[in-house]
Each structure stands twice: as structure tokens, then as C-alpha cells.
Write a protein that binds this ligand. Structure first.
Ligand code: ADP
Ligand SMILES: Cc1ncc(COP(=O)(O)OP(=O)(O)O)c(N)n1
Length: 261
């Protein structure tokens, strides 16, 4: 049977990040993608013009509809907007027998907030402990732990600080550093550095969502965490190489790059 992956995230009207990026990634990687929408954003290549979260009961209902009938082999979480939604989703994924990839989305590439400041504590104490893999970027690491990553040498310290909150694995995304795009994956014992050449392409909208969804897709297929992250890194690197100049600002990555080569 086709592996089934559920994304619990916000909608990006521009189609580059959020639910739209997740479902495109899942299609490209050969799994059946399903969605629980937590919030709707009015968003394009220039930023986020508006955001509206859904009631907790609407999120719970979507989740139950999917999990209780269709079933899931992996869950990915993205934009959760508020403390109430973070806590509800943490409870839902904790009660589901499937690995969870938690992308602790804080702000968009343009600096627009996608999570209330009052929700940070719930992310630390409820959501991260429920994660099989947490995938913070450097801004999210700083927000959650206070650790500022200035160079590749700081990645291990950042990973240690996130692991303190209880995820089984952490992938620190070094995409915002200069030089090669280096990410660090560790469970506190094993450590992997995933390195890719930096593509000089400003059209990188949706990189984090794409990477996390690709990891969830690999886990749903039965890959180990290091295998799933390695395959996901290759996929997101190809998507960034093909990023589209759509709109006047930062365009989306190319989720369909493998269909074009
Ligand atoms: N210009 C780039 N070239 C190659 N890889 C990149 C580039 N920018 C980001 N990445 C990679 O994309 C993935 C997502 O990272 P990042 O952009 O930091 O996440 P986020 O979208 O959450 O800010 C990581 O694997 C990172 O190393
Ligand atoms: C609805 C929504 N969810 C998440 C994000 C952030 O996505 P990310 O992949 O980190 O991409 P950038 O915003 O950093 O380009 C979002 N923008 N919208």
C-alpha cells in the first residue's frame, strides 16, 4: 500500500511553503499526502500580508478524520500559530503511533511572525518532546534556546541545546550561514553533517517546509532517520537549484525538479 503522510501546517496562498509545499513534496517523493490546516495565510513572494488561525476543534477534527480512517505512517508539523494549537497538536501526535517530524516554524523568510511569542514555551515543553526529528533553522534555534550560531563550529552546541527539550533527533539547518549549506543531524550519540553546495539562487521560499516533508516521506517509506534526512537533503538541494523567479520578491523552490530532469 502507498505510504501515507500527514502534514499539520498553515496554508501559503503563494504555493511555495506551508501545506502547498508539503503536498507537492509528498507527491514528488511517491507518498500519499494528506493535510490538517492550522491557519490560512495571505502570502506571496514579498511576504505575509495576513494570517488567520483555525479553531482548535477544527484542527482536531481534521486530524481525527484522517488518522482514524486512512491511517498515517508519518506526520509533519509546520506553522502552528498559537499556544493552544501547539498544545493540541502535541497531544495529537503523542497519541499517534507514527514518527513525527516537527518543523518549529517561527517566522517566514521575510521576518513575518508565524507563531505567537506566547507559544514558545509550549513548543519547548510540549511539542519538541513529541518529535522524532525536530528541524529548527538558526533563527528558531536562537528563539528556543538562546544559542546563536555564527559558524559551522556552533552547530553541535545548538543541537545539544535543542535535544535538552526531548526530541529523539535534531537536524539543525545551517541554510542561513555563509558558504556550503551544512546541516547537522544528531541524536546525542551519532552525528552526521549533511553538506551541499550553496546555490546562488535567491528563490528559496519554502526550503524548510520542503525539507521536513521530504524527511517525513522517507520515514513513511520505512527509512531510518539518517537515511530519510540524507535523501531529503538531496531533494531540497535540487529544488533550490531550480527555484523559480515568480513574483517580485523571493520565488518558490521547484518541487517538481525530478520530473523535469
Ligand atoms: N542557497 C542554498 N543552497 C543550497 N542549500 C540551501 C540554500 N539555502 C538553504 N539551503 C538548505 O535548505 C534546507 C532548509 O534550510 P533553511 O533555508 O535554513 O530553512 P528555513 O526555510 O526553515 O529557514 C537546509 O538543508 C539548508 O542547508
Ligand atoms: C504557511 C507557512 N508555513 C511555513 C512557512 C515558512 O516556511 P519555510 O519553508 O521556512 O520558508 P520561508 O518562509 O522561510 O521561505 C511559511 N512561509 N508559510
Amino acid at each position: 500500500m502507498i505510504p501515507r503522510v500527514l502534514t499539520v501546517a498553515g496554508s501559503d496562498s503563494g504555493g511555495g511553503a506551508g501545506i502547498q509545499a508539503d503536498l507537492k513534496t509528498m507527491l514528488a517523493l511517491g507518498v500519499h499526502g494528506m493535510s490538517v490546516i492550522t491557519a490560512v495565510t495571505a502570502q506571496n513572494s514579498l511576504g505575509v500580508q495576513g494570517a488567520w488561525e483555525l479553531p482548535v476543534r477544527a484542527v482536531r477534527a481534521q486530524y481525527r478524520s484522517v488518522v482514524d480512517d486512512i491511517g498515517v505512517q508519518a506526520v509533519k508539523t509546520g506553522m502552528l500559530a498559537s499556544a493552544e494549537l501547539v498544545e493540541a497538536v502535541a497531544e495529537l501526535i503523542s497519541g499517534t503511533d507514527a514518527p513525527a517530524v516537527v518543523d518549529p516554524v517561527g517566522v517566514s523568510k521575510h521576518g513575518d511572525p508565524l507563531l505567537a511569542a506566547s507559544a514558545l514555551d509550549s513548543v519547548r515543553t510540549k511539542l519538541l518532546p513529541a518529535a522524532t526529528v525536530a528541524t529548527p533553522n538558526l533563527d528558531e534555534v536562537a528563539q528556543l534556546t538562546g544559542v546563536r550560531v555564527e559558524s559551522e563550529d556552533d552547530l553541535r552546541r545548538a543541537a545539544g541545546a535543542v535535544l535538552e527539550f526531548g526530541p529523539r533527533w535534531v537536524l539543525i539547518k545551517g541554510g542561513h550561514l555563509a558558504g556550503d549549506a551544512v546541516d547537522l543531524l544528531t541524536d546525542g550519540a551519532a552525528e552526521y553533517r549533511l553538506r551541499a553546495p550553496r546555490h546562488d539562487n535567491r528563490h528559496t521560499h519554502g526550503t524548510g517546509c520542503t525539507l521536513a516533508s521530504a524527511i517525513a516521506s522517507g520515514l513513511a517509506k520505512g527509512l531510518s532517520v539518517p537515511e530519510a534526512v540524507t535523501e531529503a537533503k538531496e531533494y531540497v538541494t535540487g529544488a533550490i537549484a531550480g527555484g523559480f523567479a515568480l513574483g517580485a520578491g523571493i520565488g518558490p523552490v521547484d518541487h517538481g525538479w525530478r520530473f523535469r530532469s
